[in-house]
Ligand binder design. Structure first.
Ligand code: XIL
Length: 460
């Protein structure tokens, strides 16, 4: 189903290294942590959504998980052009309306997907071209956005309009052949029909920095400069061994956010199983949380068996609806960063600079010392800090670190952070303040810019 050209093989080792570093800390979530994905995301001012198929709403296992866990839904196929306008000028909203009604009843947002796309067009549109197709597309956008006016949080106005590979070109399609301005025309029509909905451009293979995402970036920059209405960019984030979570995922989300648009992870699924899959989910969630304008994450289905690529078991619930390790990792990440247990598998080759040694002996006197293991990549880092008690037990600690100018802390785990730039400090939380003589505990934080390599420690 998804034999798309992939271009990120070289980034795998770096991505895995980030995952490995982040996985080095394992502690239970705090007592007050939210217990569902949606509730936890809401505490962070975000949503956690899923793709939904209308015909599965009558499945009680499916519906039970949907109602319990998610606070946003995306119709998986029901709002696409072939579903909503099967015959030109004659609209059919039944299945999509069912999903919107369910969303309302559970207090979930709706992501509209997708108004204009080269795939899943009705036959009549596939056979059109030129002005007739342009007008049919604009009428479609206007009619559908008007039908759902006021009910959609974010619309994928245009989906997958750029070519894969190094060209940075638009994808050839019947829509593209109506003229290069088809995308902005679609966005203007959507804004006129539903001024309250956020309007997104959505694509795949744009999750890291590459020729394709650079081309989308240039389009968004141009739209902002010329006043073409665009509010958000969706990153589909379909990951597998050939196309892993890129090491610069967060940096890429951040550079788009810096253009003045929201960013959303719109179709997340990560093929795999066990700890590796769990770690990747944790990393993806943390990347979003670290970007202020990343306002939501949607996974592309509920159970593995619901997935469009079920054989890759890429989702958070197994075929029976049980929570997988990936679920726990995603929830833990949402709950402030406690990370899944370290992998017992052989770590993948690490191409990043090795962290400084953390094996300094405990200090002879009282008090504590702190050492930093730094995983640095272009534009960002994860620092794992080890706090070691001296000759006597300590009952609390504060580690101090100096961030270089322009660098800042974006999130932390297993410690309470104070300050996000310049001199920052981290104090123990309830469960890790007490450290026996010579023993250690670890906390971590993630940031943009360059991470510090040393830390001071004060004990209580
Ligand atoms: C997929 C659906 O999950 C399948 O049920 C359908 O057969 C094909 O489309 N990118 C997108 C989604 O934007 O709409 C696609 O959804 C997956 C890839």
């Amino acid at each position: 189903m998804d034999p798309r050209p992939r271009h990120r093989r070289v980034l795998f080792a770096a991505a895995a290294a980030v995952v490995a570093a982040a996985g080095a800390v394992a502690l239970a979530p705090t007592a007050e942590a939210a217990t569902t994905l949606g509730a936890s995301a809401a505490e962070q001012g975000r949503y956690f959504g899923t793709a939904v198929a209308a015909y599965k709403l009558s499945d009680s296992t499916y519906s039970g998980i949907l109602n319990r866990e998610f606070n946003s839904v995306t119709p998986e196929n029901e709002m696409k052009w072939d579903a909503t306008e099967p015959t030109q000028g004659s609209f059919s909203y039944g299945s999509a309306d069912q999903i919107v009604a369910r969303a309302k009843s559970i207090g979930a947002k709706v992501r509209g997907h997708a108004l204009a796309w080269h795939q899943q067009q009705p036959g009549w549109a596939q056979n059109m071209s030129g002005t007739a197709l342009r007008n049919a597309m604009l009428n479609h956008v206007t009619q559908v956005a008007t039908h759902y006016k006021g009910q959609i949080d974010s619309w994928d106005v245009v989906n997958e309009a750029f070519a894969d590979g190094s060209s940075g070109a638009r994808r050839d399609s019947n829509l593209q052949r109506t003229g290069n301005d088809w995308i902005e025309a679609a966005f203007r029509a959507a804004r006129a029909a539903d001024p309250a909905a956020k309007l997104c451009y959505n694509d795949y293979n744009t999750d890291g920095q590459n020729a394709k995402s650079n081309a989308v970036f240039a389009m968004v920059q141009d739209f902002k400069a010329r006043g073409v209405p665009i509010d958000c960019v969706g990153f589909q984030s379909h990951f597998n061994a050939q196309s892993p979570l890129p090491s610069d995922y967060q940096a890429n989300l951040q550079r788009f956010a810096n253009l003045g648009v929201d960013v959303q992870i719109t179709e997340l699924d990560i093929e795999g199983s066990g700890t590796a899959q769990a770690n990747a989910y944790g990393s993806a969630v943390r990347a979003c949380l670290a970007v202020t304008r990343c306002n939501g994450i949607t996974v592309w289905g509920i159970r593995d068996s619901d997935s469009w690529r079920a054989s890759g078991t890429p989702l958070l619930f197994d075929n029976s609806g049980n929570k997988k390790a990936a679920y726990t990792a995603a929830l833990d990440a949402l709950n402030g960063g406690s990370t899944p247990p370290p992998s017992t598998a052989t770590p993948p080759p690490n191409t990043s600079t090795p962290p400084p040694s953390t094996t300094t002996p405990p200090p002879a006197g009282d008090g504590c010392t702190a050492t930093v293991a730094l995983n640095q990549w272009t534009g960002g880092f994860v620092a794992t800090v080890k706090v070691t008690a001296g000759a006597a037990r300590i009952n609390g600690w504060t580690a101090g670190l100096a961030l270089s100018s322009g660098s800042s802390v974006t999130n932390s785990w297993n410690a309470q952070a104070s300050g996000s730039s310049g001199a920052v400090s981290f104090t123990n939380v309830a469960y890790n303040g007490g450290v026996n003589a010579g023993a250690s505990t670890e906390f971590g934080f993630q940031g943009t810019g360059t991470g510090p390599s040393t830390a001071t420690c004060a004990s209580r």
